[in-house]
Design a protein around this ligand. Structure first.
Ligand code: ARG
Length: 464
């Protein structure tokens, strides 16, 4: 059977393999709501500008609404022979209202139609993801507030470096996620122009009103160049790149959950709801959700790469290559959404073993910098000399199998005679973190101040 949309030119139908490679209905059916939204706006505009009659427009719009309700109710049979969502809906419209359906496609092409649908879809998804990021930030800020004073080891090279507060550690992720949020909000601003009415690539001779459809669909304005309108996919690339960066942040937090929940650390206890057992080892509690968040960044980054490669070197304007934009984007954005939900759930439910954190924070000579700083401040040593003296004391403590604070004053003074009893006041982890009050430092008071700033900020981000 020849295709009813272009049967005028074609005698025969496509080969079965052609149909299989060509069809996108298997994945683009999820654009149905955006497709109908776009068609309703287009139809109303056509009538308002006397391009079609009001009566035809009413019939078309009623038919489209019926189709929307049918698809939502699961009463719609998608057909591969009809290739994509646009032609599936148009064909059904013709079944419902007859030849009038054919007037809907006046001054429009599937090229501007799919560009419009996809922009609307990505925009809706950005809004959803932004809200999810705000929710995760909220969960992190709440935990940071609870743990403003909780001391843990801070690491560099995953070696114990200096004590930090757990609240401060969590707020580092809040910073990352707020930038992720900002990137999505930015992507949305550039995305928010309507390609509808660009038609196939050159615009149209019909007296359409692209400002009207742009406004009806919540776009800020129509796109300025018809060829760019149908061939641009950088809105998807930009959104996916923001998604990939966000996924990378989530994967780092996920890795820390895996590490810190392991028996070797024992800082976090994962709840039953976000872990699994082993079918053979009864003692096991595995952080599967965190591992999968860590791993799913792979497919999100992969999807971004995939679309970059599809778009690279494509001539203007539309090419069917661009149909390959959807599956990866859907998958990447779905995955990020799931990761955000899982991470928020983990953050809300996992419990913290503050004693294990505090204990670990004191190990590994973590206050050696505080000792060196004391030598600079109180004994007047240049920092490099202070570093040397402290290094000798660390070596001594290590040789004796003890901690810096457990050395005697006499032992300290052997390393440098200027050391006094006062030095012991700076060797506790509590003192160490409390002293780090520089802007952006880890002190509990800083954490509380940052929590207050974020709490105020969260209200604005919700509105963004
Ligand atoms: N299914 C197509 C896509 O996703 C719709 C646009 C088709 N346009 C065309 N001229 N064949 O890109």
């Amino acid at each position: 059977m020849s295709n009813r949309m272009w049967g005028g030119r074609f005698g025969g139908g496509p080969d079965d393999i052609m149909e299989e490679i060509n069809a996108s209905i298997g994945f683009d059916q999820r654009l149905f709501a955006q497709d109908i939204r776009g068609s309703l706006a287009h139809c109303a505009m056509l009538a308002d500008n006397q391009i079609i009659s009001q009566q035809d427009a009413d019939e078309i719009c009623n038919g489209l609404k019926t189709i929307l309700a049918d698809i939502e109710a699961g009463n719609f049979t998608f057909s591969r022979a009809l290739e994509d969502i646009h032609m599936n809906i148009e064909a059904r419209l013709a079944e419902l209202i007859g030849p009038t359906a054919g007037r809907l496609h006046t001054a429009r092409s599937r090229n501007d139609q799919v560009a419009t649908d996809f922009r609307l879809y990505v925009r809706d998804t950005i809004d959803h993801l932004s809200g999810q990021i705000v929710a995760l930030i909220g969960a992190l800020v709440a935990k940071a507030e609870t743990h403003a004073d909780t001391i843990m080891p801070g690491f560099t090279h995953l070696q114990s470096a200096q004590p930090v507060t757990f609240g401060h550690h969590l707020l580092a992720y809040v910073e990352m996620l707020s930038r992720d949020h900002g990137r999505l909000v930015d992507a949305r601003k550039r995305l928010n122009e309507s390609p509808l009415g660009a038609a196939a690539l050159a615009g149209t001779g019909f007296p359409i009103d692209r400002h009207q459809t742009a406004e009806a669909l919540g776009f800020d304005r129509p796109t300025a160049n018809s060829m760019d309108s149908v061939s641009a996919r950088d809105f998807a690339l930009e959104t996916m790149s923001a998604a990939a960066i966000c996924a990378t942040h989530l994967s780092r937090l996920a890795e820390e959950i895996v590490v810190f929940a392991s028996p070797g650390f024992g800082f976090f206890n994962l709840p039953d709801a976000y872990s699994t057992g082993s079918s053979i080892m009864p003692q096991k509690r595995n952080p599967d959700a965190a591992e999968l968040v860590r791993a799913k960044s792979g497919r999100i980054i992969g999807a971004l790469n995939g679309l970059l490669i599809v778009m690279k070197g494509l001539p203007l304007a539309y090419s069917k290559d661009m149909q390959e934009d959807k599956e990866g984007t859907f998958n990447a954005l779905d995955s990020l959404s799931l990761c955000l939900a899982a991470m928020t759930g983990m953050m809300e439910t996992m419990t913290i073993n503050a004693d294990a954190m505090r204990e670990a924070a004191g190990r590994g000579f973590s206050t050696a910098t505080d000792l060196a700083d004391w030598l600079v401040r109180e004994a007047g040593l240049p920092f490099r000399d202070a570093h040397h003296v402290t290094g000798a004391l660390v070596a001594l403590a290590e040789a004796e199998g003890t901690e810096l604070a457990a050395l005697s004053l006499a032992q300290m003074q052997q390393a440098d005679a200027r050391i006094t009893e006062d030095v012991f006041t700076v060797l506790s982890v509590e003192n160490s973190v409390a002293s780090r009050t520089s802007h952006g430092g880890t002190a509990p008071d800083n954490v509380r101040a940052a929590v207050a700033v974020w709490t105020a900020q969260l209200a604005d981000m919700g509105d963004a």
